[in-house]
Design a protein around this ligand. Structure first.
Ligand code: BDR
Ligand code: CA
Length: 322
């Protein structure tokens, strides 16, 4: 990527690293307008502890062991962590690719504490990107109710507006794995950009993208390309061929402001936190779709439904700079 004249802006990433989380981390590290000031991990694709290990190893590989990583919640607000999505992301969460182990320890704070500290340090400036279950974010809101004004933007990969869910017929994983936390975070008094399955499933890496990463002979892109092998196998069940959805990196790129949005109405969004079959559903009020989504008083969630262009080439170009 060419050097930008824009000053770098502080970003905080909360993740459950995960193959597509690794792509999102790569995207943020590649951006010359982003200063990644902290990372929290949460149980989702893998345990919060395993997610932190993967994150530290990826940072070491990228020469960015200076970025603080904090382990967050091991368990959702209610119930217990189900062990993760190892069938999607591999037993170690990163497609069973073995990275050199980083010797850098996690910081001596929880993910919520680190987020609150960074939000105070960069008051009014911090961009929050959440690409795992929202357990840590809900905890941070309880720790510091002013978080809603301390943070400048909030971008969440999660939910399914009109698309089906991916862990139940209606629930997407990041929302469904802690529906209580998600309900709190989406009801809080801040503006949220939600990047749901509707758009993330429509943008994908093909085998040619994976080949470009692996054949680059650059350490980080090669490792990311190798991880995609496992992810591609899982997505045969979704797409009928080897490819991968670009959930988390798309949310990261939208948070950075690199992507032109085509349809992204600001509407009311409620999370179903009941114990019925709708648990984890993001109920988005899209009734105005035939008339250009008229303003909904009180709505504070922008739901990204489509983009102006294909995201894959942007992502590939960014990752190849690592
Ligand atoms: C989301 O769930 C996780 O498996 C992915 O990392 C992504 O954040 C997609 O539903
Ligand atoms: Ca994730």
């Amino acid at each position: 990527m060419s050097a930008s004249l824009e000053p770098r802006r502080p970003f905080f990433l909360d993740c459950d690293t995960g193959i597509d989380d690794a792509l999102a981390l790569g995207y943020l590290l590649a951006s010359d307008t982003v200063d990644l000031v902290g990372i929290g991990t949460v149980s989702g694709n893998v345990s919060a502890e395993r997610g932190a290990r993967n994150t530290l190893d990826l940072l070491e590989l990228s020469g960015r062991a200076d970025i603080p990583v904090a382990i967050g919640n091991a368990e959702p607000q209610r119930g217990t962590f189900d062990g993760g999505a190892l069938h999607v992301h591999g037993a170690n969460g990163i497609g069973d690719v073995l990275l050199p182990e980083s010797a850098t320890p996690v910081v001596d704070e929880t993910a919520a504490e680190l987020l609150v500290r960074m939000a105070r340090e960069y008051a009014g400036e911090l961009h929050l990107v959440a690409i795992g279950p929202l357990t840590n974010i809900a905890e941070a809101l309880r720790l510091e109710p002013q978080l809603t004004t301390l943070v400048k933007t909030v971008t969440i990969m999660g939910g399914a507006a009109m698309a089906p869910g991916n862990i139940t017929p209606v629930a997407e994983a990041n929302i469904g794995n802690d529906a209580d936390a998600a309900a709190e975070v989406l009801a809080a008094d801040w503006f949220v950009t939600l990047v749901p399955l509707d758009v993330t499933i429509s943008h994908r890496f093909e085998e040619s993208d994976q080949r470009a990463l692996v054949e680059s002979e650059q350490t980080v892109p090669v490792a990311l390309g190798q991880m995609l092998d496992f992810y591609f196998d899982f997505y045969v069940g979704t797409y009928g061929e080897r490819a991968s959805a670009l959930h988390d990196p798309l949310a990261a790129a939208i948070a950075v402001g690199d992507i032109a949005l085509k349809s992204a109405p600001v509407v009311s969004v409620l999370v179903d936190d009941t114990d019925g079959p709708g648990r984890g559903q993001t109920i988005c009020d899209l009734r105005g779709y035939l008339v250009g989504f008229p303003e909904q008083p009180g709505a504070h969630c922008r739901v990204v439904l489509s983009l102006e262009q294909d995201f894959a080439p942007t992502l590939l170009a960014a990752l190849l700079t690592l």
